[in-house]
Write a protein that binds this ligand. Sequence first.
Ligand code: FE2
Ligand code: FE2
Length: 285
Amino acid sequence: MDVNVEKQESAPLQSLDEWEEDLLERYPTKEHVFRDYAAEVRPTVKEFYRLNHTYQTREFVRAKKEQYCQLETRKMSVWEAMEFLNTLVDDSDPDTDATQIEHLMQTSEAIRADGHPRWFILTGLLHDLGKVLCLYGEPQWAVVGDTFATGCRYSDKVVFSEFFEANPDSKVAEYQTDCGVYEPGCGFDKVDLSFGHDEYLYHVVKDYMPLESLYMIRYHSFYPWHREGAYTHLASEQDREMLNWIKEFNRYDLYSKVDVRPDVEKLRPYYEELINEYFPPQIRW
Ligand SMILES: [Fe+2]
Ligand SMILES: [Fe+2]
């Protein structure tokens, strides 16, 4: 296959941020005037969701978890991972768009400004580090995008749910009942959500961060649940208890993209100390 065709095919988004910018349009703040989301969505974003919904089968998800969640890909410190993520070269504009580290720090600084506990601030700094999957060669549709449950009926609350038609799992009868292969109330820990940066980072940090933080990290892209109320029949008691933390985190993730770019070098000592409070010098990725 022609390299450019392949690139276009696997990377319709100009940058990973394009997905997040689209989320802002789908979930605008009160100050934004209402707009017709479906009519105005960018073709690149739509194409991205077509690929994501077509190729994220249950089998794909399980294979990627097997491949990455044993943490045998790399060893690096949290700060090294931030610098590594910053090497992600895409088609975004370096003069106007925030870098990956800047997005992480905008999020953590907004959390810090509101007086939240240190683990919460650190969660803001960490939350998108799973995007290093792109640097391992994974396509955009396996790294970002709203996550959804595989192995059970697709929810029509998932954005562009019509694209699930092309997913081979839509023809598997066992996967197309309300609970599919799962038990009611089994908890999302047991559910194979579509694979991406949330799930991967959860495994990287699960021995180091408190439960609330792990929920924020693992489910921050699970908009169908935390924003649209889908899949509640699979949620456990603990999932329900943690939901408000995810919602609280989402405010900072989506709405902290301010014009002022954080001074990364100036903030670095503060964050290195914070990282050292929770993490050893090297961790497995
Ligand atoms: Fe994210
Ligand atoms: Fe984010």
